[in-house]
Design a protein around this ligand. Sequence first.
Ligand code: NAG
Ligand code: NAG
Ligand code: NAG
Ligand code: NAG
Ligand code: NAG
Ligand code: NAG
Length: 758
Amino acid sequence: MWLPTFLLFSYSLIYIISKRQSYVVYLGGHSHGPEATLEDYERVTDSHHEFLGSFLGSKEKAQVEMFYSYTKHINGFAATLEEEEAKRISKHPEVISVFENTAKKLHTTRSWDLVAMERDGRVPHSSIWAQAKFGNDTIIATLDTGVWPESESFNDRGMGPVPSRWRGSCQNNTKEGVPCNRKLIGARYFTKGYEAGSGKKVVNGSARDTEGHGSHTLSTAAGRFVPGANIFGQANGTAKGGSPDARVAAYKVCWDGCYDADLIAAFDAAIHDGVDVLSVSVGGDPADYFDDPIAIGSFHAVVNGITVVCSAGNSGPARGSVSNIAPWIVTAAASTIDRDFPAFLTLGDKKQMKGGSLASVALPANKFYPLISGADAKKANVSAADAQLCFMDSLDPNKVKGKIVACLRGIIARMEKGAAVLRAGGAGMVLINDKQDGNSLLSDPYILPALMVTHRDGVALRKYMDSTKSPVASISAPATKLGVKPAPTMAAFSSQGPNLISPHILKPDITAPGVGILAAFTGARSATGLPMDNRHVPFNLLSGTSMSCPHVSGLAGLLKTLHPHWTPAAIRSAIMTTARSRDNTGSPMKGYNLLEKATPFAHGSGHIRPNRAMDPGLVFDLTLTDYLNYLCAFGYNSTQLAQFSKRYRCPATPIKMEDFNYPSIAVPTVTRTLTLTRTVKNVGSPGTYKARVEPPYGITMTVKPEILKFDKVGEEKAFEVTLKPHEKSIGRGYLFGRLIWSDGRHYVRIPVAVNALS
Ligand SMILES: *[C@@H]1O[C@H](CO)[C@@H](O)[C@H](O)[C@H]1NC(C)=O
Ligand SMILES: *[C@@H]1O[C@H](CO)[C@@H](O)[C@H](O)[C@H]1NC(C)=O
Ligand SMILES: *[C@@H]1O[C@H](CO)[C@@H](O)[C@H](O)[C@H]1NC(C)=O
Ligand SMILES: *[C@@H]1O[C@H](CO)[C@@H](O)[C@H](O)[C@H]1NC(C)=O
Ligand SMILES: *[C@@H]1O[C@H](CO)[C@@H](O)[C@H](O)[C@H]1NC(C)=O
Ligand SMILES: *[C@@H]1O[C@H](CO)[C@@H](O)[C@H](O)[C@H]1NC(C)=O
């Protein structure tokens, strides 16, 4: 133990003196094509060494300091540098960006029934599953914590040989590593960015998932049918992913933190290997495109025909919190499904409160226990504030023994509070929601009888406890309830627009199930991940935009199977324009507090509707030139963008941001009148489409022409939208409306967000 500590100490000493850090240097694309050979890659690496050597004094020094050379599709490298060196490199004309190699975070099965792909466990012929052959031979990959290969979700029974176009591989294809099969066809791991950024070492590395997150997301996107999946008996049913017969690959980039240099290396590998869809449930704070490894990696992926779906982030409901906002990414928000896990708290005065729980143990029915708040049960030398949050070892066993303890949500993991109560000898726990999350209940696999109640019920509970000398309560066992209304509703944690980096692009794009999702888990970690928990579960219930993202990826996989030649932009357009913004009561989808209706800044175009996405009628398509024109308008110049496409030049007059052909409209400022254009491409039967507008409050919205006639597939038609604000809309912030094109069979819906200023 002594030696490593010493080494770590001297390492940080060097760090302080000379400020050496790991950086990513991004150089755009490569001039070699997809047919490049090993020699081409070696030549690239050599040129990287040459280039870095010119700054460091020698090529040998460059070889020592460089830990990644990105050679396949993404051009750049990662190296340990002094701050001064990094600054000098960033000024070189061929360099697009230089940024520190920092860590991004993870955005931590009834869901398919909710979106009508199956009915009571049967798959109707009209379902996109039947039509798209369950995603047969499409390849879906995650950039995540890896995969638990023994999970039933990744069995290869009945699957044909691996598609011959696949160029990927399985590192450590052994029993201890990740044994691949005809379902799980790729497993790679990337450690150098983590090791350089954190100063830690990965020993005996592999793509094996020791966290659970990566297995969960991969199986949600494309896990096979596994009957009888449940957690402690709850949520029982057949688990499956969006594209159950697709092949899957896991690129492990997250250890503790997902480092930029590893993310880029994994994107480069995945593009080379031939994946069709990439699911990335990882993110950081919103950042400029070329300082953001996910924006960079996904740009190269999309240009190569790969659809990239990312989570919007779990920093909601704060406005402007949405991340992964690049206009080539599909950005997924999270909403509830029509299932919950109610448990009831009954107080001594007979009052009953409904909470949520997946506790694996229950108290005897109708038996009452003394009730105490964490603050009242505090240890002598602990603050009441800490004890109220039920920190580990903050509760006095003498005061807690045999009682139900009321704890406040916040700061530490929810289930850790349960562990703290259990350790102090408590009989059960009531977790009271914080004010911000209000009514948004989460059901967790607590290790003691416990439930979470709403903030409002928490206030009533406090009142009851203050009203009597000896408060008592009982906690019922949880149950699984289906058909919950209203659903879907937005999750409180789901990050929201507006898009702070480029407000002309409405983000998030779409919402999908992300609350209480049952999917595959790791065998290397307990259900809660707490050391005192020894319950292992093959399936676990998790919540987050991390969970909604792979739902959208699974759908993208089906669309790729059905329409192999569609671009990622067309696939995204189909998903967005067919989405639904109403819930299962027919009312507009509600925000997390169930009071007001959610806006497109929460749900984008709405909730995914897979069966409709099969046949959207019209799509808003985009080419590489469209993206480059967009980047010119965003402020990058021809010299910089030539790194992507040698012949490309920015147009003499930059395009208007409003005109970027996105399947939604966001206008961050309009004063008098603004006209913008869009172009739609027919991908359905011939038809005559008529425009219908639902203008934002106080804004006149007109469309020209109002009728678009399509005679054949692939035909493109442009239209103009004019927005004219009136006095009453000015200064009210963003106002929302919709535009719908319909030929009577297809409904092409695009949300409109307008901020009118005087
Ligand atoms: C996928 O399609 C191929 C060719 O039609 C077929 O041979 C194979 O059995 C299918 N795979 C699965 C898992 O259904
Ligand atoms: C995986 O392979 C690498 C390189 O051969 C090796 O260092 C590592 O220990 C292996 N991991 C496991 C789990 O076997
Ligand atoms: C790494 O793997 C080797 C061979 O399987 C084993 O002997 C060693 O204990 C492992 N090291 C760690 C730190 O797990
Ligand atoms: C789950 O459902 C299956 C099929 O209906 C049934 O056989 C099984 O007993 C159920 N398991 C639990 C734990 O309820
Ligand atoms: C409180 O006292 C206990 C035992 O006397 C000690 O173990 C613990 O660290 C103390 N906690 C704090 C927060 O000072
Ligand atoms: C393009 O932008 C870079 C970085 O801001 C700048 O150094 C360069 O001079 C610009 N080139 C032209 C032709 O404007």
